[in-house]
Write a protein that binds this ligand. Structure first.
Ligand SMILES: [Ca+2]
Ligand SMILES: [Ca+2]
Length: 404
């Protein structure tokens, strides 16, 4: 190599290196390494573990993936480009709900507060305007109480896959679908009280968390938990989707949406402890239902995410639907499949329009030590309500009103 060629080659390497560094190194004032020596790893002393929650010790982990999928190149795990780039995150410790919020848990919240979910009400055009949807396009006869379900009778002959948002062809809004009627007015949850609540939009999830004195987890907290405390793994249990033929999460087996094998035994939601927990003691952190996170969704957020306790971007951006306000959903659902969605991977991201709910979307709550006072205050109110309710209702077998 001549000296001139060598210098040119070195220059090219440097330019590439700089470009790579520019892509890989998060920008912004908050991206300076915090050292992570002062992260909370143990819960406050003398604190009893909040109901149905697991303490997740804080730590440093690599969030996202250093793989940017390019069309036509091999991508066996169907990684999406919003998972790029991998970046270091420092998290303080927090509690996370052991399971998604169940119908039984949500029913108690509704009974105590009289809360009505968005899907149960006839929406107005102003409601949709909140998420940036051009509501003038919605015909009057479509403004009904209802929610999104899978359309089992989608047009198989004319299905076009592989184009942006092609999945919309297999979904439809069902009038009368809500958390008590997961597949529409003729369905019910009588046999599903321990299944995750579904058909809750982001506001509904936040309302429940507030009532319980908790909050939604951040996206980083969800991924850290799904990675079993930040490990370099594909799934909450390791790197094999079905180790030794054993299904460890509720997802879709078959070629979505054309074939469905039901090898894991659950066509829709499953009871929240039907599959084993991960090592942290969390159930359904992968599969069963998508779970709302606190963060707004931005496809490029990882390029500028602050290092410590990231809370999400200040603006939402989904390149496939710019202008629509979306929040992050995580963990994958019973509809996730190997040929397209793979949302059960620990680093997989999803987003939902904030006013929308669906038959495969739920949530779980989080809590951190700074929220303990609010948590105890909220739980004291709930305990008092439970007590008054118990005294209002005669116990089974009690004699009918003996005083009269
Ligand atoms: Ca399944
Ligand atoms: Ca899940």
């Amino acid at each position: 190599m001549t000296k001139r060629l060598y210098i040119m080659a070195l220059g090219a390497v440097l330019v590439c290196g700089l470009l790579l560094a520019a892509v890989l190194v998060p920008s912004g004032a908050d991206s300076v390494a915090t050292g992570a020596t002062d992260l909370t790893t143990t819960p406050p002393t003398a604190t009893t573990t909040p109901d149905n929650m697991v303490w997740i010790p804080g730590g440093t982990f690599t969030m996202g993936l250093d793989f940017y999928p390019v069309p036509g190149e091999e991508n066996p795990h169907r990684v999406k480009n919003d998972e790029y780039p991998a970046h270091e995150v420092d998290l303080d410790g927090y509690w996370l709900e052991e399971t998604p919020i169940t119908n039984r848990m949500f029913a108690e919240f509704v009974e105590m507060t009289g809360y009505v979910t968005f899907a149960e009400k006839k929406p107005t055009r102003e409601d949709f305007a909140r998420s940036g949807v051009d509501a003038s396009l919605i015909p009057e006869d479509k403004l009904n109480a209802g929610s999104i379900c899978y359309n089992r009778n989608f047009d198989r002959d004319n299905l076009v896959t592989g184009v942006q948002n092609w999945e919309y062809q297999v979904w439809h809004v069902v009038d009368g679908a809500d958390w008590r009627h997961p597949e529409g007015p003729d369905s019910n949850i009588d046999d599903r009280m321990d299944h995750p609540v579904v058909h809750v939009n982001w506001d509904d999830a936040v309302a429940y968390c507030n009532w319980a004195g908790k909050r939604l987890p951040t996206e980083a907290e969800f991924e850290f938990a799904s990675r079993n405390g930040g490990q370099d793994i594909l799934y909450p249990w390791g790197n094999e989707l079905v180790p030794e033929g054993k299904y460890l999460a509720n997802f879709w087996q078959g070629e979505f949406p054309l074939t469905f094998d039901n090898a894991d035994g659950y066509a829709t939601t499953s009871p929240v402890r039907a599959f084993p927990s991960n090592e942290l003691g969390l159930y359904d952190i992968s599969g069963n239902v998508w779970e709302w996170c606190a963060d707004l969704y931005h496809a490029d957020y990882y390029r500028e995410s602050p290092r410590r306790n990231p809370q999400g971007p200040t603006e939402s951006f989904d390149p496939t639907e710019p202008g629509i306000v979306k929040r992050v959903q995580r963990g994958g659902s019973f509809m996730c499949n190997v040929n397209n969605c793979t949302g059960y991977r620990s680093s997989a991201r999803m987003r939902g329009e904030i006013m929308s709910s669906s038959f495969h979307g739920g949530f779980r709550c989080a809590l951190d030590p700074s929220g303990l006072d609010a948590y105890h205050a909220a739980q004291a109110k709930i305990a008092a309500w439970r007590k008054s309710r118990a005294t209002d209702q005669p116990s089974p077998g009690a004699a009918p009103d003996e005083t009269s």
